[in-house]
Design a protein around this ligand. Structure first.
Ligand code: NAP
Length: 552
């Protein structure tokens, strides 16, 4: 017997394929989860909207897309063989190489045979009578399993700007998160980029290399810092290989799963000269050291943060020739690191090019996208191409786009109307047998993601081992456990300056009605503390979860 939801969320009979576990998404978390659950002998089916594996790295093919994490700290660490076989060509790999890597992993572990591609999930309905989940795909196809795992990623629901006329533009138009698979040529073209987050910055610096004329529409500037990417030399390769145990140990010990660890000093306890020298050193080094390896009080103390912000402002002014443009590129409403820091390669120098114009939307917002370009409060612009680097309905957005209904037909979207509530960011009260990898309030959403993905996936695989060994058929987070975790999430974040700033960390998205109230979507207690808590929960017989053997 299988079910479909009617208007009331109750069930009616239809035929559906049957598995032990269904996973939504074949990105890095879904792929690894499939691998581990299959090893337990479970029948697993992955449903993936794309035509290939890779998730983020499948969809985000925009020009300039690349890691901000050191390549060798980003790949999977679970297989020595894989570590031995794969060689990254750059310290911060570009998207095509990362996608090749993930396809290599899929082939190596023979993952594709259990992944259904081109399968976008429309609805996920819990069947109380049978203690199982039923998925409905957009094609109308259905499938059922006792357990459901979401592996849908925190930044996978792209959002277009809510500007009238978007559909009317006659030229080429692309959202960075839905970039075409065919090459896109910018040469000789008049191109607009809307958005200056981490994606916009990577796109702008790449497009500027070949474009005819580029116009950047910026609403909020971000503090960006140099990536300092370079090829990995033949001499470096064996050192990287030999250093894997140390690299992963460093990531494991750090707050955010990066090789960078916060400095033990406070910013103002050192002399001005010492501070300057330290910041100068961070600014000249590759990667996220400037964000993750900075003074330890940078995220909590306004004065410390101001000292670092002032240093970055000075750098921006030194790199942009026109002082008026430099000022427009400097944030005035938040401090360094309180939003995600875009890492860049000659981003600021782009604004020294004669064929690049910066339009500050604070001087006149975009009023309409027109057939030929767009109109701001200050005038008309004509373009051959518009690139929307306007971001995502972050963290909860991918959940909202699936009609997820738990016990009593209750909609997840309704439950989370005032912000997500979860237990460990891995389960939701009222939605038994659903596990959420890299979900809201999970440390993995604020992490060098693969490091925390491995923790999430391995913890869930261990749970499945326990479930098998003990004949468990139903696992449900208790309301008390969920309340306590949610409170802990907010308490841990309370002191952080980024809770006082609008960003996707805080669930703000101006393009979606109702996403204008700050609610913290991540977990800021750090990956090590999160891992310890998860381990404690499992060691104590999965405290906070009700585990049952129910017929059905
Ligand atoms: P984002 O940080 O949310 O930036 C979206 C940009 O679009 C912002 O500048 C925003 O302005 C602007 N925007 C949105 N709607 C607009 C509108 N209606 N009119 C004008 N401007 C509008 O999104 P993202 O850049 O795609 O980055 C999201 C996250 O993806 C990053 O923070 C990062 O975590 C991840 N990412 C990672 C990498 C990497 O690891 N290498 C690369 C890229 C992205 P406001 O700021 O004013 O809203």
């Amino acid at each position: 017997m299988s079910v479909e939801a009617n208007e009331n969320g109750t069930a009616a009979s239809v035929a559906a394929a049957q598995y032990d576990v269904m996973i939504i998404g074949a990105g890095m978390s879904g792929m690894y989860q499939l691998h581990l659950l299959r090893k337990l002998g479970l029948s697993v089916r992955v449903f993936e909207a794309g035509t290939g594996v890779g998730g983020t790295w499948y969809w985000n093919r925009y020009p300039g897309a690349r890691f901000d994490s050191e390549s060798y700290s980003y790949g999977y660490s679970f297989s020595e063989e894989l570590l031995d076989e794969w060689e990254w060509s750059e310290h911060f790999s570009a998207q095509p190489e990362t996608l090749r890597y993930l396809n290599y992993v899929a082939d190596k572990f023979d993952l594709n045979r259990d992944i259904q591609f081109g399968a976008r999930v429309r609805a996920a309905i819990y069947d109380e009578a049978e203690t199982c989940w039923e998925l409905e795909l957009e094609s109308g196809e259905r499938a059922r399993a006792r357990f459901l795992i979401s592996a849908i990623g925190p930044l996978s629901a792209p959002t277009m700007p809510n500007i009238p006329g978007v559909e009317s533009f006659q030229g080429e138009a692309f959202h960075t998160g839905l970039w075409p698979h065919e090459p896109v040529d910018f040469s000789g073209k008049r191109v607009a980029v809307i958005g200056t987050g981490a994606t916009g910055v990577q796109t702008i610096q790449e497009v500027a290399k070949t474009v005819g004329h580029l116009t950047v529409f910026q609403r909020s500037p971000n503090y960006c810092a140099p990536l300092h990417n370079s090829p990995i030399t033949a001499e470096e390769q064996p050192k990287i290989r030999a250093g894997y145990p140390e690299t992963f140990a460093r990531c494991r010990a750090s707050h955010g799963g990066f090789i960078h660890k916060a400095d033990h000093r406070n910013a103002l306890e050192v002399s001005a000269e010492e501070r300057e020298a330290f910041l100068e050193k961070l600014y000249s080094e590759p990667g996220f050291g400037i964000w993750m390896g900075n003074f330890r009080d940078m995220f909590t103390d306004e004065a410390a943060n101001t000292a670092v912000s002032d240093f970055i402002k000075k750098k921006i002014r030194s790199r942009v020739n026109d002082p008026a443009i430099a000022e427009k590129l400097i944030p005035t409403d938040h401090g360094f690191g309180t939003r995600r820091v875009p890492l860049e390669t000659r981003y600021y120098e782009v604004y020294n090019q004669d064929n690049v114009e910066l339009v500050d939307l604070n001087e006149g917002a975009i009023e309409e996208i027109t057939p030929k370009g767009l109109r701001t409060a200050n005038g008309e612009y004509e373009f051959d191409m518009i690139i929307y680097a306007t971001g995502f309905d972050a963290v909860t957005g991918a959940f909202d786009r699936i009609d997820i209904r738990g016990e009593g037909g209750r909609k997840l979207k309704d439950k989370w109307a005032n912000g997500p509530r979860t237990y460990l960011g891995l389960q939701i009260e009222g939605f038994p047998n659903l596990l959420t990898l890299v979900g809201p309030h999970n440390a993995a959403t604020f992490c060098n993601i693969p490091r925390c993905i491995e923790q999430n996936v391995e913890w869930v695989a261990e749970l499945f081992g326990y479930i098998q060994a003990n004949g468990i058929t139903r696992i449900a987070a208790t309301l008390e456990a969920e309340d306590a975790w949610t409170e802990h999430v907010y308490e841990t974040a309370a002191e952080l300056l980024f809770t006082k700033v609008d960003s996707w960390f805080m669930g703000i998205n101006s393009n979606i009605p109702g996403k204008d109230r700050r609610t913290f979507l991540l977990y800021a207690g750090g990956a090590p503390a999160y891992r310890d808590r998860c381990d404690e929960v499992s060691a104590n017989g999965y405290e906070g979860f009700a585990l049952q053997k129910v017929a059905g």
